[in-house]
Design a protein around this ligand. Sequence first.
Ligand SMILES: Cc1cc2nc3c(=O)[nH]c(=O)nc-3n(C[C@H](O)[C@H](O)[C@H](O)COP(=O)(O)O)c2cc1C
Length: 243
Amino acid sequence: MKITAFNGSPRGRNSNTAIMVEEFLKGAEEAGASAEQIYLSEKKIGFCRGCFNCWTVTPGKCIIKDDMNELLEKVMDSDLIIMATPLYVDGVAAMLKAFMDRFLPLLDPHFEKDSNGEWRHTGRFEKYPDIMVISNCGMSGRKNFQPLKLHFSKVARNMHSAVAAEIYLEAGELLHNRSVVLKPLISNYRRHLRIAGEELVTSGAISEKTAAQLAKPLLKDRFYMREANRYWDRELKKLKQNS
Ligand SMILES: Cc1cc2nc3c(=O)[nH]c(=O)nc-3n(C[C@H](O)[C@H](O)[C@H](O)COP(=O)(O)O)c2cc1C
């Protein structure tokens, strides 16, 4: 199985998203997959211009000369693509959105109805990769991910694909926390990410048991709010002292 993860965090290799993807891919590789994490922050990706030249003048190819042609080859060469993003304004980070907007050449312009009677564009290929979502957000609560979940279900449908798995971590900033209290909780979470990667490759899905572990917040929300607010107080105090 070939897995390519596209990390849309502007923090790139230092992102919480990167930690989640890295651990998941480790597990997947241990189970025999070949895997790669691509940092969109290191790529040149222009905005889709809406010219539709990729449908009319150069069918299947975008006229913008940047890294997208090479990235689209990687998309189509994968069995599973991971859309990895921090939650930004209740949705995907802008880099991942710019990347997905550029998927247009992968589809044919004609319209058709899917099995639910919903419109979409016809496929240009026999087979599209499955889609997986990995995301983390700054606030507490799984409800934060509702819009993202809905968005990716539509993206998958449009791409003649399916969402194979989703991993969402609330209060994800804690992944970089160095406190002794959190250390064992973070390593336990990372271990379950590796187990999830392994399970997805060996059985095609993340087990309910592992999914339940990954759905648990790292800290109870009242402690997280207290610690987060203390952190911002300290940062703002530093600013006052330096001014
Ligand atoms: C522009 C911006 C918008 C954000 N919007 C949200 C949001 O809507 N909900 C939320 O819970 N966190 C939000 N966050 C917080 C990030 O999701 C959080 O910091 C996350 O841990 C960053 O992950 P990363 O290190 O993978 O980039 C936002 C952060 C930024 C910079």
